[in-house]
Design a protein around this ligand. Structure first.
Ligand code: NAD
Length: 380
């Protein structure tokens, strides 16, 4: 007998859709991707052709009017994510919507109200909770009395890919992932935030959680592509420590009942399916670092004219055979979507990030911005 599946539509066929949601939706065993929608007709055509999606439209209203659609995945940008989510809920659909859900806490509250009125699931794409490495950390923390001290770094070439955004907004766009991960790992709300800013998007935050855990976040949008993007260092209440490098290698210290090193094979991606996984599985962070350095080096050599930018083989290597470095590792994107479908099918109880979690992340970002402006600790 065929496995039951939910019928889904994707609204927004841009960067994250092409890197993650389209391949993941078309491969998930419990999801059938019926429709893709984008205001850009070319993006719809490319998505349909690449993934064999039966229907395409530029009108989101068509998605909401289709009685066959159970789940709407929204990946536009925060200016449209709230109205599209509310419209989908009003049409009786479940929703998976990308982070940041909204620009302000008040908009997150609109979604909370719309979700309550509909009784449907709203899963916000704060997907780090579903990364296999983060699930291992959560399990270890549970056994060791939780975390007392955390350092988290989220840094990348935002000056490059995020340059159309106003300076200082990365705390809303990117640090929301870390705020959510810290709340989830500590099982607690933050009681205070302090932000020290060197230059826009180069910031340090200090947070105190109600569990007693203190955390430092380094947020930098000013580094180069070769540095792995995310790192966590955690001190556990019962003597021990955990260090996670970019979701690909977890080291434990003082935890004799855990492996000293665990490596994670990473994400699979069309066109780069088998490139890196065996190396990541065997070598962990050193393989990831070599891949990132190689990619950065090739870009520098191409941009300086040392390599022929028109060379077809180089272009294929840069664009297809080697997926975007931030998507080489498994940050839980696919598992988050599959969990949403399992909840709709009644096979699982929802444990993803809901709109309340998006609200908490948005409130933390707002408090961090207030601290940045005032130079004072902001109490929540
Ligand atoms: N969870 C993650 O790790 C992760 C990673 C990257 C991006 N994101 C988030 O995903 C969202 C999308 O980011 P992106 O980089 O793909 O952006 P993008 O600009 O590349 O793509 C957005 C797409 O949505 C379409 N669109 C915009 N408004 C629309 C509307 N009203 N109806 C239909 N289509 C519409 C655009 O034409 C575009 O094709 C953002 O909120 C971003 O923060 C999340």
């Amino acid at each position: 007998m065929k496995n039951p599946s939910v019928t889904a539509a994707l609204i927004g066929c841009g960067g994250i859709a092409q890197s993650q949601h389209l391949p993941n939706l078309s491969r998930a065993a419990n999801i059938r991707l019926k429709t893709v929608c984008d205001v850009n007709a070319d993006a719809v055509a490319v998505a349909r052709k690449t993934y064999g999606v039966p229907h395409g439209t530029t009108q989101s209203g068509e998605v909401f009017a289709d009685p066959e659609i159970d789940l709407v995945v929204v990946a536009t940008k925060e200016d449209f994510q709230v109205p599209l989510t509310c419209a989908a809920l009003a049409a009786g659909k479940h929703v998976y919507v990308e982070k940041p859900l909204a620009s302000t806490p008040a908009e997150c509250e609109q979604v909370i109200a719309a979700r309550a009125a509909s009784g449907k699931i709203v899963h916000v794409g704060l997907n780090r909770r579903f990364a296999p490495a983060c699930r291992d950390i959560a399990r270890i923390l549970q056994k060791r009395g939780g975390a007392t001290n955390i350092y988290a770094r989220i840094s990348d070439a935002y000056w490059d890919w995020g340059k159309s955004n106003p300076p200082g907004i990365r705390v809303i766009h990117e640090v929301c992932h870390v705020f959510d991960l810290l709340r989830w790992l500590t099982g607690a709300e933050a009681e205070s935030v302090y932000c020290a800013c060197g230059r826009p998007d180069d910031e340090i935050y200090t947070l105190k959680f109600k569990s007693g855990c203190v955390a430092t976040i380094m947020n930098s949008g000013q580094v180069t592509w070769d540095l792995p993007k995310e790192r966590l260092e955690i001190v556990t209440r019962e003597y021990g420590a955990l260090v996670l490098e970019e979701f690909v290698e977890l080291k434990t210290y003082g935890c004799r009942d855990e492996p000293v090193v665990t490596t994670y094979a990473g994400h699979t991606h069309p066109g780069g399916e088998y490139t890196h996984k065996p190396l990541f599985a065997q070598l962990g962070a050193s393989a990831l670092e070599a891949f990132r350095r190689m990619r950065w080096e090739m870009r520098l050599r191409r941009d300086s004219g040392e390599l022929d930018g028109e060379d077809a083989e180089l272009q294929r290597f840069m664009d297809q055979s080697f997926p975007h470095v931030n998507y080489l590792v498994d940050k839980g994107w696919r598992a988050a979507l599959e969990h949403t479908a399992d909840c709709i099918l009644g096979r699982a109880t929802f444990y993803g990030a809901g709109p309340e979690d998006a609200l908490a992340a948005s409130q933390l970002a707002e408090a961090a911005i207030r601290s940045r402006e005032s130079g004072e600790v902001v109490r929540l």
